[in-house]
Each structure stands twice: as structure tokens, then as C-alpha cells.
Design a protein around this ligand. Structure first.
Ligand SMILES: Cc1cc2nc3c(=O)[nH]c(=O)nc-3n(C[C@H](O)[C@H](O)[C@H](O)COP(=O)(O)OP(=O)(O)OC[C@H]3O[C@@H](n4cnc5c(N)ncnc54)[C@H](O)[C@@H]3O)c2cc1C
Length: 393
């Protein structure tokens, strides 16, 4: 039995969460993507999995009510955050001031990214930063959201829009104490790719507990692997095949190329992203680097964000027109386009595995780009010496 067509399955796991006889598990297809597999011997054919799947239902999309450029002013708290640290600040407020539970994505002991929850501000450290990989949403975490709400606790869920959509569909009704934040999302790579890459980069004998991609420090748009405070590996995107393949859209899950959530209207109460284009065409009186894009999309989201803005002294939020962010359409108006090298990469993946396939496919392009960058640098240097100005090629 097919729950939904594999090419649009986001691997949100709502089908697995709802199954009354636990006969659905997530299995890798030949391209390393996680998809639900049904144990037909146990299945009672109740059809709940098909009915809960967001792909078989119309999702409710909310119009943006207000838009903000926002960032945390505490540099140390924000250091490992992806952009302005707003996800971390909303989460901290939620735990401290409402006594609620926060769900986000962290790594487990095997460096597998997955949904987990915390009720302590200290627990937010492992949620910080964007993990540019598909996050596993296990059966237990779906149930935990419902259990906490039914015990009368408030729950905040932060994740990709397809995860939020899966969760809302699983919940089946409106829970006033469930708050959701979705991220603008370029797509995710299958978790098997990151696992394979990390295993090759650090070897079997070294232990790692974190892989970072973003930060308000020297590691922004680098792939860096960590054991506590010790950095085991660090390379910038232009020289790192996993991160380069992700950013160029070569190695994403198939569903990401036709993502139906890549639009300005949103499934969640609040949306967070990078405020690309901030101040480009309309002046912005503050530094615009690594500032978060925040929109409130429902009354509930608006109330929560207003409370936070009024109460947190170390957060700055400046209202902007949300159309400013739309000028960079990727992830907010259109999904990542399918890269011409994707099919070539996948054929090689099946034969040679991730580490070899991604290098065979991308190293020639990466080397050429590097040579072009070096040529431009020296050409400009020469131009500056001769004419006193840069010649931008
Ligand atoms: C896979 C992915 C793709 C993205 N693509 C874009 C994009 O194209 N354009 C854009 O503007 N912004 C994109 N973002 C969002 C951006 O990277 C930041 O997450 C956002 O700006 C919020 O930053 P912050 O500093 O407030 O987050 P932080 O305070 O650093 O907190 C990070 C939050 O993200 C959650 N998270 C981390 N990794 C994942 C994951 N794999 N799946 C689900 N949730 C996760 C954490 O649980 C945490 O709540 C993407 C994020 C991810 C995870």
C-alpha cells in the first residue's frame, strides 16, 4: 500500500506517528532518503496513515500579518545561532516565562539529526544553529507533543514547514496551547549523506557530538565538526562538497524540488528565516548581517511575539514590509530548482556511496570556481596597482 507518492513524501513521519499498531517504520530508499515502509503482516488496513498524510490533504496557509527584522543583542548567546538567534530567544522565553516545552532539532549520539524536546533553557544549546540535513521525526516525539498538551502544558514546536504540517495533521484538532514556528527552507539532504560524510571526515576512532553549518562567528557557512569545544574539522562551503552540494541544490531530497510550502503564506503561527535583501532597496538603520526574518501569521503567533518583544530586553525587533524579503524568491516564493547535476550524482550515489559520488560530481565545478576566484583576485589587484581602482569582472 502506498501512503503518498514517494517523489512528494517529505518523510515527516506523521503516518508512523498515527499508526495504531506501530507497523510503519522509516526506511532508506536507494538514494538514501527516509520513507515510510509498512509491515503488511501487522497492518490492519485502518487507513489512518493515508488520511493523516499532509500530501493527501489541503493544508491551511496563513497570510502574513506583520514582518520584523529581529536579532538578539547578547553576542555570546547568539554565537552558535544560525542568524539573529530568534528561534533560541523565543524558545528561552517560552520555557522560562510560560513553563512550556520546546521541540526542535538536535543531534543524537550517532550524529543523526532528529526532533527532540526540552523544558530547560540549558537544553536549548543543542537546538541552536541550522542543521542542513533532514531531521527525523520519531513516533515518540509525535506522541510526546500530544501528551504534554493533554497534561495542560504549553508546547512550542520549531521545524521545517513540512514537519509543522505533519504535526498539525497528526494533532487532528486545534490545540490553543500548541504554538508553531516554521523555517524558510531551501530543502534538506537525506541524513544518510551527512552520516557518511562525517564518518569519512573524522574517521571511526574520533568521537564527535556536533556538526555546525551556521553561526555568528568564524564558522558561518562552514561545515565544522566538533567534540565539545574541540573543532575536529572545518571547511568553508566553497571547498566542502557536502555543504556546496546542499547550497547548490544538487543533493536535496526529491520532494524539496517541488516543495509546496515554499510560498509567502505559511502553515505555522510564526515564520523564521534569514533576512536576505534587508536594507538593499530601503534603508535599514542597523547592521543587516545575519538578521532573522520573522513574520507573525496568526493571532496566536502575534500575541506570543508581542509578549516576547515587550519582555526580552536583549532582543531587537524592527518592523519591515514582508515584500522586502520576497525580492529574493528562493524558499519563499519558489522551491529550490532541480540542479542539472542531481541525476548524475544520484546514479553515482547508488554505485559508489555519498562521499565518492558527491566528489566525482562536484569537484570539477568547485575547482573551476576556485580558479576563477583566484584569477579575479589577482586581476583586481593588478588593476588596483595600475589604475587605483578595482575592475569587477
Ligand atoms: C534545512 C534548513 C534550510 C533552510 N533554508 C533557508 C533558506 O533557504 N532561506 C532562509 O531564509 N532561511 C533558511 N533556513 C532558516 C535559517 O537557516 C535559520 O534557521 C533561521 O534564520 C533562524 O535562525 P535563528 O538564528 O533564529 O535560529 P537558532 O536560534 O540558531 O535556532 C535554530 C532553530 O532551527 C531548528 N532546526 C535546526 N536544524 C533543523 C532541521 N534540520 N530541521 C528542522 N529544524 C531545524 C532548531 O531546532 C532551532 O529551533 C533554513 C533552515 C534549515 C534548518
Amino acid at each position: 500500500m502506498e501512503i503518498c507518492p514517494e517523489n512528494i513524501c517529505t518523510g515527516c513521519g506523521a503516518c508512523m506517528g498515527i499508526c495504531p499498531v506501530d507497523c510503519i517504520s522509516m526506511k532508506e530508499n536507494k538514494y538514501g532518503e527516509q520513507h515510510p515502509a509498512i509491515d503488511e503482516a501487522v497492518c490492519i488496513k485502518c487507513g489512518k496513515c493515508r488520511r493523516v498524510c499532509p500530501n493527501n490533504n489541503e493544508s491551511e496557509f496563513n497570510m502574513v500579518k506583520k514582518c520584523y527584522a529581529a536579532w538578539g543583542t547578547d553576542k555570546e548567546n547568539r554565537r552558535k545561532c544560525a542568524s539573529g538567534g530568534i528561534a533560541t530567544m523565543i524558545s528561552g522565553y517560552f520555557i522560562e516565562d510560560t513553563g512550556g516545552i520546546v521541540f526542535g532539532t538536535s543531534y543524537d549520539g550517532n550524529l543523526r539529526a532528529g526532533v527532540s524536546h526540552t523544558d530547560k533553557s540549558g537544553g536549548l544549546e543543542k537546538l541552536k544553529g541550522s542543521k542542513y540535513v533532514h531531521g527525523y521525526f520519531g513516533r515518540g516525539e509525535y506522541k510526546a507533543v500530544k501528551d504534554f498538551l493533554e497534561k495542560g502544558l504549553k508546547v512550542l514546536f520549531i521545524g521545517t514547514p513540512c514537519q509543522v504540517s505533519g504535526l498539525l495533521s497528526y494533532m487532528g484538532k486545534n490545540y490553543p496551547d500548541l504554538y508553531t514556528c516554521d523555517l524558510l527552507c531551501h530543502g534538506t539532504c537525506p541524513s544518510s549523506y551527512l552520516k557518511d560524510e562525517a564518518a569519512h571526515l573524522i574517521g571511526k576512532r574520533r568521537h564527535a557530538d556536533n556538526i555546525r553549518f551556521r553561526g555568528n562567528d568564524d564558522y558561518d557557512f562552514h561545515l565544522s565538526i566538533w567534540n565539545g569545544k574541540k573543532c575536529l574539522y572545518n571547511k568553508k562551503a566553497a571547498d566542502q562538497p557536502y555543504l556546496y552540494g546542499f547550497l547548490k541544490g544538487v543533493t536535496l531530497r526529491e520532494c524539496c524540488y517541488s516543495c509546496r510550502y515554499a510560498r509567502p503564506e505559511r502553515v505555522a503561527d510564526i515564520t523564521l528565516g534569514d533576512f536576505i535583501m534587508l536594507g538593499k532597496n530601503k534603508p535599514f538603520g542597523y547592521p543587516a548581517d545575519n538578521v532573522s526574518y520573522v513574520t507573525v501569521n496568526t493571532k496566536k503567533g502575534e500575541r506570543l511575539f508581542n509578549d516576547i518583544s515587550e519582555n526580552l530586553r536583549d532582543m531587537k525587533a524592527v518592523e519591515r514590509d514582508y515584500t522586502e524579503r520576497l525580492e529574493y524568491p528562493l524558499s519563499i516564493k519558489t522551491p529550490s530548482p532541480r540542479h542539472p547535476a542531481t541525476d548524475r550524482f544520484r546514479k553515482r550515489y547508488v554505485k559508489y556511496g555519498f562521499h565518492a559520488a558527491v566528489r566525482m560530481t562536484l569537484l570539477p565545478e568547485m575547482t573551476l570556481e576556485k580558479a576563477m576566484r583566484t584569477y579575479r583576485k589577482f586581476h583586481n589587484m593588478g588593476h588596483r596597482i595600475l589604475h587605483g581602482t578595482d575592475q569587477n569582472l
